[in-house]
Design a protein around this ligand. Structure first.
Ligand code: HEM
Length: 234
């Protein structure tokens, strides 16, 4: 079987991932070093970043960049999907739930083949929506912590401690989701190891498309999915 490369991501998506990755690391490092300020590693970091005031400042400005890139991502997605320029490939549908059940049956040995996924598998979609919704929560709670006086002119004062609890715990959760789930799926998963480079190179091998996104491959090659399934069996 030929294993030629297939284009998967545009330059825009590659650049967007780099920027999100860089800003997320800055936010996690400057946020978690405040949350766990008594740890040696946090004290070392805070000292080398110029003191707690600088750490707070870096976190807030990085938060602003995060707000802008997340807003751009959401607006571009809504506008381009509504204008039918992009397919709604990240929208969760009924097939995702049946694919998830199918794969549980596959891992239990009841099914002979894994679920035939489209451009994004149910796992990728569930992770994407978890991180996107989490990001929106981080932005709103971060803004409330940043502008408490303004916010309490409009809302009851309890919103401040509530936002603090939400922001600090959701921030830690986002770190765990990315550090455990995302890094496992893109580096350590046996199907991917040593690393899935597609979001950096923009391309993916046809073999992987056949294994992981057979429905999209069938559409790209203008073949019925049954033919792709037959190639799978070989
Ligand atoms: C996903 C990214 C983010 C993570 C992981 C994160 C994490 C954290 C953590 C762990 C803290 C420390 C809370 C504590 O002391 O217990 C914090 C504080 C804070 N964060 Fe974030 N954050 C993120 C995004 C944002 C955004 C987008 C903004 C602004 C729009 C923001 C604004 C703030 C502010 C104002 C504080 C209070 C720190 C201070 O007192 O100066 N954060 N963040």
């Amino acid at each position: 079987m030929t294993d030629h490369k297939i284009k998967r991501f545009s330059t825009y998506r590659i650049a967007e991932h780099w920027v999100h990755m860089a800003i997320f690391i800055v936010l996690v490092v400057t946020g978690l070093s405040q949350k766990f300020h008594s740890l040696d590693v946090s004290m070392w970091l805070i000292f080398h970043l110029g003191g707690i005031d600088y750490v707070r400042l870096i976190h807030r400005y990085a938060g602003m960049v995060f707000l802008v890139i997340t807003a751009l991502h959401i607006i571009a997605g809504i506008v381009c999907v509504a204008a039918k320029k992009w397919p709604p490939s990240m929208v969760i549908n009924k097939k995702d739930f049946s694919d998830a059940i199918h794969n549980i049956r596959y891992y239990l040995g009841v099914e002979t083949q894994p679920a035939a996924c489209d451009r994004y598998s149910y796992k990728q979609k569930f992770e994407y929506w978890g991180v996107l919704i989490g990001s929106v929560i981080m932005i709103f709670s971060g803004l409330i912590l940043w502008f408490p006086v303004f916010v309490t002119r409009l809302l009851p004062g309890e919103i401040i401690p509530a936002s603090k609890v939400l922001h600090t715990n959701q921030g830690f959760l986002m770190f765990l989701i990315i550090a455990l789930w995302h890094i496992y799926n893109s580096i350590f998963s046996p199907e991917i190891f040593p690393i899935d480079k597609s979001i950096f190179t923009g391309s993916i091998s046809r073999d992987r498309m056949l294994r992981e996104h057979p429905v999209e491959l069938a559409r790209m090659e203008g073949r019925p999915i049954a033919m792709i399934d037959a190639m799978h069996d070989k």
